[in-house]
Design a binder for this molecule. Structure first.
Ligand SMILES: NCc1[nH]cc(CCC(=O)O)c1CC(=O)O
Length: 311
């Protein structure tokens, strides 16, 4: 290996460093180059305030993007679900690697499942999407906000502060903590966040050779199609609706080539109202499928879920 090392920017958390480390190894092998990880601290890592209080989804992402734009790093690795749906003018989503299992999981006391927890059980999540779907189960959970990394959240169950927490399986898996999981949630009951379990590898658009190399090295076209459809649904619903949204698309071989299947839900915060829809289409038309699905959901009332039910 020769030349200057490729600088891969990562958040400093253990989860981020673990997933970025895998990306760095894969890039080093595919490009036959030295690769170094560069840690970038983000507002989301520093503040313990609820995420919604300081600008929502973009907080984990902007510091890494700033480092790309400044030229401090060549490549940035994010959890794709943390990316804002709007494209950045100067930054390309160079690659979407094969995603992990996108489902949510439960870590509950005494090995319990959600169905085995009693009414009034205190279940921790900081995500409106998870909170509303927990309420929608109708089990009377006391859904309470929680912050902190995966480790902290699991510890809060151990220490009795919460009877259960809901987490992304992908994050728990990347940290090697799957033995703590007491239930893997069926997407029928808990649709994951759009892009959950997938990584986003970004580079500056002007560095088109690097964009090509990174795509060649890491891209999984089926994951790209799936997350494209999911994120289009989110973007379209965000335009006319601030309700929590879950979406999960899968691409599988059909009789006539690959087929994309997507399910999505938008809910009122208290979970009492939900619009659920699914659709199939071709992976090449992933964005089109997402647009049509969102349109059907709006016709079904997704846009007015929150306005009518402000608590
Ligand atoms: N919200 C923060 C966040 N961003 C990505 C993951 C997990 C990994 C992933 O979904 O790719 C998590 C933790 C969680 O939701 O449990």
């Amino acid at each position: 290996m020769t030349g200057t090392p490729l600088r891969v920017g990562t958040r400093a958390s253990l989860l981020a460093r673990t997933q970025s480390g895998h990306v760095a190894d894969a890039l080093a092998a595919a490009l036959d180059r030295d690769v170094v990880l560069v840690e970038v601290t983000t507002a989301g890592d520093v503040s313990a305030a609820p995420l919604v209080s300081f600008g929502g989804v973009g907080v984990f992402v902007s510091a890494l993007r700033d480092a790309l734009v400044r030229g401090d790093v060549d490549v940035a690795v994010h959890s794709l679900k943390d990316l804002p749906t709007a494209e950045h003018p100067d930054i390309a989503l160079a690659a979407v690697p094969l995603r992990e299992d996108p489902r949510d999981v439960v870590v509950a006391r005494d090995g319990l499942t959600l169905g085995e927890l009693g009414p009034g059980a205190r279940v921790g999540t900081g995500s409106p999407r998870r909170a509303s779907q927990l309420h929608a189960l109708g089990l009377g959970f006391d859904v309470a906000g929680i912050r902190g990394n995966v480790d902290t959240r699991i510890r809060k169950v151990r220490e009795g502060e919460y009877e259960a927490v809901v987490l992304a399986r992908a994050g728990v898996a990347r940290l090697g903590r799957l033995d703590e999981v007491t239930e893997v949630l069926d997407p029928l009951q808990m649709l994951p966040a759009p892009g959950q379990g997938a990584l986003a590898i970004e580079c500056l658009r002007v560095r088109s050779d690097l964009v090509d190399d990174v795509r060649q090295a890491l891209e999984d076209p089926r994951t790209r199609a799936a997350v494209t459809a999911e994120r289009v649904v989110l973007a379209d619903l965000e335009a006319g609706c601030s309700a929590p949204v879950g979406a999960l698309a899968e691409v599988a071989e059909g009789d006539d080539g690959d087929e994309l299947w997507i399910r999505a839900v938008a809910l009122s915060l208290d979970g009492s109202l939900a619009v659920r829809r699914s659709m199939t289409g071709r992976p090449e038309d992933a964005a089109g499928v997402g647009h049509r699905l969102a349109e059907e959901m709006v016709v079904d009332g997704a846009g007015s879920l929150l306005e009518e039910r402000v608590p």
